[in-house]
Design a protein around this ligand. Structure first.
Ligand SMILES: Cc1ncc(COP(=O)(O)O)c(C=O)c1O
Length: 497
């Protein structure tokens, strides 16, 4: 044993001091870390995604696999390698000039005048983006966000109520952390849900209070389902603190109608719940003229409701798709000054959100306007992105629904489909024998055979005894891609019939 330790010490000198001089030191083991962290699960980057990465490495090394590429349909990451959503030129030009202001003079005539003017305006406010900013976010950018909200909703918004964040995730995590006062605190979460919510609740030792969305009516949200969940939770000793609504939904893409939104606000009033409105897909609608997005801020303002509301938005989705820049914001409404000051104290511990993300937020809420030099290209690029998503969603939903044992709600928004799959008793048995949930078994077989990586429905939650998977509608070559899904499904059904 000593021999072995000595040998490895010579090989790796940094271990020498540890092994030699602290022989009694206890190693770091999982039972020495916060036990809540062991409860955290995040299927979007779970077993399937890890296996997909291994396959990708194997393909890079030249190994022979049944497919020649891995297709990442597991995550709404529009600019990911292998997908075809380009960055918006205006956004990247402003980013380039705020990164390196000298570029405008070094490359005269390259950048449109409105880009140069925007970058100069931001530079005058921020200075170098290598410096920390105001913890709540650059004041000028918060003003732009407030203006964007006012124009969207027709009601006042104030920069002091806006907190810029490193993506919506950072804001959600902060709010859940604040609202969980003890392990009986619960938060109403839609099922299926985006697993950020259950993961964050697990981390902060809170309880999810699941309420079911109704697939048979286009994944609608019902007040009855939420009141039933509230009653069950109270019986269980859970204290409901907040209601999470994801609108448009993830993984469902469903869009709430005005009557449901009003009823949800009234329900929050009745049960003293904070309303957490996750609206990161507000600009991902496939038929916005017929089914426009309405924010909860607008509904709460129209109703003059006192419900405390936190609305989240992000640069990761929409047409911006800038996931890696980590930018977003949340707006507080009906939140008293002392609670807002507490939020400020907490964000100030993290110093500030990334400046690149904050500048991304500015470009999202202040895109070029008609008549400005960048407008025509911006319009062309954003129209193309919307059209591709609409077309892919339609083709995929139609063809998947035509498969035996598959039904798929054609989502009106967001980036995903969540088809339901009927699995035979033989397939369920094979899954159990392999120690897998049946939908995970199906998804693993899909990955092994086609290289397509999706997320099993069990990662989002679903009705007992039902199986789904979530896939994104971002992949190019939709004909070839859906063809692979179809062939796999028919083969799987035959194998386990
Ligand atoms: C519903 C929902 N909320 C929040 C997020 C987090 O986004 P980000 O932290 O990248 O802004 C996502 C990401 O997929 C999402 O789908």
């Amino acid at each position: 044993m000593v021999q072995l330790a000595l040998r490895s010490c010579f090989l790796r000198p940094s271990r020498l001091s540890l092994r030699f001089f602290s022989p009694n030191m206890r190693p770091l083991t999982l039972d020495a870390v916060n036990p809540q962290l062991l409860e955290v699960q995040y299927a979007v980057r779970g077993e399937l995604a890890i296996k997909a990465e291994l396959y990708r490495d194997q393909l890079k090394k030249g190994d022979s696999l049944p497919f020649d590429k891995v297709i990442s349909s597991n995550i709404g990451n529009p600019q990911q390698k292998g997908l075809d959503q380009p960055a918006i030129t205006f956004t990247r030009q402003v980013a380039a000039l705020t990164e390196w202001p000298a570029l405008a003079d070094l490359a005269p005539g390259v950048f449109p005048a409105d880009v140069v003017a925007r970058a100069r305006e931001l530079y005058a406010e921020i200075g170098s983006i290598g410096a920390y900013s105001h913890s709540q976010g650059v004041p000028l950018i918060r003003q732009s966000v407030a203006k964007f909200i006012e124009e969207r909703d027709g009601f006042p918004a104030h920069p002091d109520d806006i907190f810029l964040t490193a993506g919506a995730s950072a804001g959600v995590s902060l709010l859940i952390n604040m609202l969980i006062t003890d392990p009986t605190s619960g938060i109403l979460i839609p099922i299926p849900q985006y697993p950020l919510y259950t993961a964050t609740l697990a981390q902060h030792h809170g309880r999810p209070i699941p309420y079911l969305l109704d697939e048979s009516s286009g994944w609608s949200t019902s007040i009855e389902s939420i009141t039933a969940a509230l009653a069950a939770a109270r019986k269980d000793g859970t204290v409901p603190k907040a209601l999470v609504i994801i609108n448009p939904g993830n993984p469902t893409g469903a869009l709430l109608d005005a009557a449901t939104m009003e009823a949800l606000v009234r329900l929050c009033e009745e049960h003293s719940l904070v309303l957490l409105a996750d609206e990161v897909y507000q600009n991902n609608l496939h038929a916005p003229a017929a089914h426009p997005f309405t924010s909860f801020k607008k509904v709460v303002s129209q109703l003059r409701s006192p419900v405390p509301l936190v609305s989240f938005h992000s640069i990761s989705k929409g047409v911006s798709g800038e996931c890696g820049r980590r930018g977003g914001y949340f707006e507080l409404a009906n939140v008293p000054a002392d609670v807002r000051a507490l939020v400020y104290k907490l964000v100030s511990v993290g110093l500030c959100p990334p400046l690149a993300g904050q500048i991304g937020v500015d470009s999202m809420v202040r895109p070029p306007r008609a008549g400005e030099p960048s407008y025509a290209l911006w319009k062309k690029e954003t129209d193309t992105i919307h059209a591709a998503l609409r077309e892919r969603t339609h083709v995929m939903a139609t063809r998947l629904s035509a498969l035996p044992g598959v039904s798929c709600v054609e989502s009106p928004g967001a980036l995903y489909l969540f088809p339901k799959i009927e699995l035979s008793a033989k397939a369920v048995e094979a899954a159990r024998a392999a120690g897998k949930e049946p939908d995970a078994f199906y998804a693993l077989a899909l990955l092994d055979e086609t290289g397509i990586c999706v997320v099993p429905g069990s990662g989002f939650g679903q009705k007992e005894g039902e199986w789904h998977y979530r896939l994104t509608c971002l992949c190019p070559g939709v004909e070839e891609y859906v063809g692979k899904l179809e062939r796999f499904h028919l083969g799987f059904v035959k194998k386990y019939e």
